[in-house]
Design a binder for this molecule. Structure first.
Ligand SMILES: Nc1ncnc2c1ncn2[C@@H]1O[C@H](COP(=O)(O)OP(=O)(O)OP(=O)(O)O)[C@@H](O)[C@H]1O
Length: 563
């Protein structure tokens, strides 16, 4: 039961989406199933009734062939039309639901706490957004709608058989509902572990294959190619074993439903023969009852696939559920963002989520508009953490914070598989080519881009592949320069650039940063020379705060890495 409760957020999302389409789809499926069953029953009755009517002249002349044959034609055409409509509506509804779901999952993963967790395992997002969401399409198409349709059809058949004889109706209702739903239920329990195993094997197969392709050179150098290939083969074998087990479970459910169908048919046949013998019903009604019984299990047969996939569906719902609830990020403590105001931190402490202690404690500092700050200190002291706090990526655990909207250049350059233009436009969607080229110039990359045949339309590979590390860094810098933010936060902006380019970039930054607040985390003299104030971090606190023009400033500068 607790596992079933994992479906709640998914079902709630289905319901808040376009539920009309889901309801129409189910109704159309129900009409299609009913029309098929009624067609068989009415045809059987009609054939039997016409042949009996033909035995004597009077009945042959008086028997109305038109109404039943019109009914048969109506049912045949109606079934075709409703099947067409059902396919259209149910698939449209499913695609709509999946799109809705994908958006919610993505929003869930975009929350700061989840995004940080994902950074450690990016393939997880890919799997959640692809195979987990796809696994949920069977919830409506193969489980919810077919269960409702099969149960509804069973009740309708039982009601029709109750007209033949009440006991026949009651017993068929019990058999159809108990065994028709029970067999797929048992199949789903039998298959659940295999369905989950299949999903794990598929993820392992995909991620190991990606590792093989991406890390081919490293694997070859360390003589691990063979081991990686064997790991892929092992995942493939597990996948095939799970597939075989699932196929067996599905075949078993099919076999069970086949036996049930034969047993029900035999039972109704015997009952109809008994009732006909007793004179309670005639041959046409007996034929009608037998053919209804013949068709009654058809809607249940559609449950087989959904039943064996149900374990996977539950697993996907369990994984995605926490991302679907409407929790927002925790409020940012004492944070206000007002234009024209300086940055102000009052007794602020900050740490990384899940870490035992704060990285920075009880920090107080005020930064005036237009001021340029260099953050210096030993590696791991918390410079990047302070930038993340100012950028709003981390929350303060205590204290008050006033900060501007900002542009942030982190140590890890995030570039996307897109054109250079697309990568730059992330910073300012409406930016013109001239503005982009000017930003590239300021970042020292314009002449390289001009030398490319595609110019700004050149497509980058995943993660900026196609650019050297230094070029990628300059492109990220150009993207920052395009952002017209009052505050620029730069984390070691010229790391990885050669001396000449780095000096050039610092000079251009100096020019472009006029009028903005600049906070640069750095280990080098050339970057710190941009600043008119140096904050020295030590042991989680600000150990020194020195202004340009003082001997202390020159001393701090001299202790930094020379260019
Ligand atoms: N995502 C994270 N989760 C947990 N702890 C982290 C995380 N990122 C950094 N830390 C820890 O926070 C502390 C400060 O790290 P931070 O990156 O801010 O240092 P830094 O001064 O910028 O170092 P560097 O000069 O090497 O870039 C370190 O002890 C580090 O281990």
């Amino acid at each position: 039961m607790s596992r079933l409760s994992a479906l709640r957020p998914v079902l709630a999302l289905f319901w808040t989406g376009d539920r009309r389409m889901l309801v129409y789809g189910t109704l159309l499926s129900f009409i299609t199933a009913l029309a098929g069953i009624a067609l068989l029953g009415l045809s059987g009755w009609f054939i039997a009734a016409t042949s009996i009517a033909g035995l004597t002249l009077i009945t042959a002349l008086t028997f109305d062939v038109f109404m039943p044959s019109a009914g048969i034609r109506l049912l045949a055409i109606g079934r075709t039309a409703s099947r067409y409509g059902e396919r259209l509506v149910t698939h449209d509804a499913t695609l709509g639901v999946l799109a809705h779901l994908r958006e919610h999952v993505f929003r869930g993963f975009a929350r700061a706490d989840a995004a940080r967790g994902l950074a450690a395992n990016p393939s997880r997002l890919l799997f959640r957004l692809t195979i987990d969401i796809d696994a949920l399409d069977s919830l409506y198409l193969r489980v919810l709608a077919p269960v409702l349709v099969a149960a509804g059809a069973a009740l309708a058949i039982a009601a029709a058989l109750a007209f033949v004889h009440p006991l026949l109706g009651l017993s068929s209702a019990i058999v159809l509902l108990a065994a028709g739903l029970g067999i797929p239920f048992l199949a789903s329990r039998r298959a659940a572990a295999f369905a989950r195993r299949r999903a794990h094997a598929l993820e392992a197969l995909r991620s190991r294959s990606i590792d093989l392709v991406r890390g081919q050179a490293d694997l070859a150098m360390t003589n691990r190619l063979g081991a990686q290939v064997r790991a892929i083969e092992a995942a493939d074998i597990r996948l095939a074993q799970a597939d075989r087990a699932l196929n067996r479970a599905e075949a078993g459910a099919g076999f069970g439903l086949g036996i049930l169908s034969a047993a029900l048919l035999a039972g109704v046949l015997l009952a109809a023969a008994f009732l006909a013998e007793a004179g309670t019903i005639g041959a046409p009604i007996a034929t009608f009852a037998v053919l209804l019984a013949l068709a009654s299990l058809e809607p249940f047969a559609l449950l087989r696939r959904g039943a064996v996939e149900f374990g996977r569906t539950l697993q996907a719902a369990t994984r995605l559920g926490p991302r679907l609830t409407n929790r927002s990020d925790p409020p940012k403590l004492g944070r206000s963002a007002e234009h024209g105001m300086a940055i102000r931190l009052e007794s602020v402490s900050v740490g990384h989520p899940g870490a035992a202690r704060s990285v920075l404690s009880d920090i107080s500092v005020a930064i005036r508009p237009g001021e340029r700050i260099a953050l210096v200190g030993a590696s791991g002291v918390g410079k990047s953490t302070l930038l993340s706090l100012l950028a709003g990526e981390l929350n303060a655990s205590s204290g008050n914070l006033t900060v501007h909207p900002c542009g942030l250049l982190t140590q890890r350059t995030e570039l996307f598989r897109d054109t250079l233009r697309g990568n730059l436009a992330l910073a300012r969607p409406g930016a013109s080519d001239t503005e982009m080229i000017s930003a590239l110039e300021a970042a020292g990359l314009a002449s390289y881009v001009a030398s490319l045949p595609g110019g700004l339309d050149t497509i980058l590979g995943e993660g900026g592949a196609g650019l050297s590390a230094g070029q990628a860094r300059r492109l990220a810098l150009a993207r920052l320069l395009l952002r017209d933010a009052a505050l620029w936060l730069l984390d070691e902006p010229t790391e990885g650039l050669d001396g000449n380019t780095a000096r050039d970039v610092v000079a251009r930054l100096d020019e472009r940063a006029t009028g903005r607040i600049l906070v640069v985390a750095t280990h080098t003299r050339r970057e710190a020379s941009l600043a008119d104030r140096i904050l020295v971090l030590r042991d989680g606190r600000i150990a020194a705060d020195v202004a340009r023009g003082t001997p202390a400033f020159d001393m701090e500068l001299s202790q930094l890495r020379p260019d």
